[in-house]
Design a protein around this ligand. Structure first.
Ligand SMILES: N[C@@H](CCC(=O)N[C@@H](CS)C(=O)NCC(=O)O)C(=O)O
Length: 236
């Protein structure tokens, strides 16, 4: 799967992302490794799409040998770009933002960049562990004998998930973006989680009652980059 667009900048990492082909200089392909249904893989693909960077996707499961060769934790996503290999979605998104032309996902302005990092961190270290790892996994990967939702996991997460969605509703109310007044890395990380949350019963119902957050989700879903990277259903 490829998305067309943007040009590679010549980075200062010492690892030249450009390769020389027989017909002259060609731009190395950006490869993202990991199943597309992973919220973190989706975030990296969305970052690439927002930058206008073409990428190919290798839909590998966590702990596949090619993933472990890059990231010793075995977690997806991983990334290859010429001689550059990376694991961890924040590092991958940061690389994509810095290595390629295209709209900045992390603003140049120091204070604006810090605000983006603040919200990206809140999404990844506060919201995601409760809303995705605990609440949604209780539905999507329940681990119950009959495959029914795992209420022992889901129910204790609900009040925390509700508080967090209300917090996000307030955060996006001012500008329609999570951090600052433009699409950023903070939105890259929030959007996949929010799309999945809209599909589960309690979070989907609450989202409908939160005007700013539901309008935000509708606007995000109308972005061609989100539509281009939206994952297929989890194979059964
Ligand atoms: N901190 C990592 C988290 C990635 C992550 O948790 N990926 C999940 C899939 S959504 C995974 O690979 N899980 C397998 C495991 O934890 O062993 C990142 O930001 O890339």
């Amino acid at each position: 799967m490829s998305i067309r667009g943007g040009a590679a900048r010549h980075g200062g990492s010492g690892a030249d992302p450009r390769r020389r082909g027989t017909g002259g200089t060609t731009v190395a392909e950006l490869e993202i490794l990991g199943i597309p249904q992973s919220n973190f893989v989706w975030a990296c693909r969305l970052a690439a799409a927002e930058k206008g960077v073409p990428h190919s996707l290798l839909p590998l499961m966590p702990h596949a040998p090619e993933v472990k060769a890059i990231n010793p934790t075995g977690k997806v996503p991983a990334m290859r770009h010429g001689a550059v290999t990376l694991g961890e979605s924040r590092a991958i998104c940061g690389y994509i933002d810095a290595a390629f032309d295209g709209p900045r996902l992390i603003p140049a302005d120091t204070a604006k960049a810090a605000l983006v990092e603040q919200w990206a961190s809140i999404v990844n270290t506060v919201v995601e562990p409760v809303c995705v790892r605990q609440y949604l996994m209780g539905y999507f990967f329940p681990g119950t004998p009959d495959g029914s939702p795992n209420r022992a996991v889901i129910d204790p997460a609900i009040p925390k998930m509700q508080d967090q969605l209300r917090m996000l509703d307030q955060a996006v109310a001012a500008t329609g973006f999570l951090a600052g007044d433009a699409f950023s890395l903070a939105d890259v990380f929030l959007v996949p989680n929010l799309v999945y949350l809209s599909r589960a019963p309690e979070s989907g119902a609450l989202l409908k009652e939160l005007p700013a957050l539901s309008a935000y989700l509708d606007r995000m879903l109308s972005r061609p980059t989100v539509q281009a990277t939206i994952p297929p259903p989890i194979p059964t």
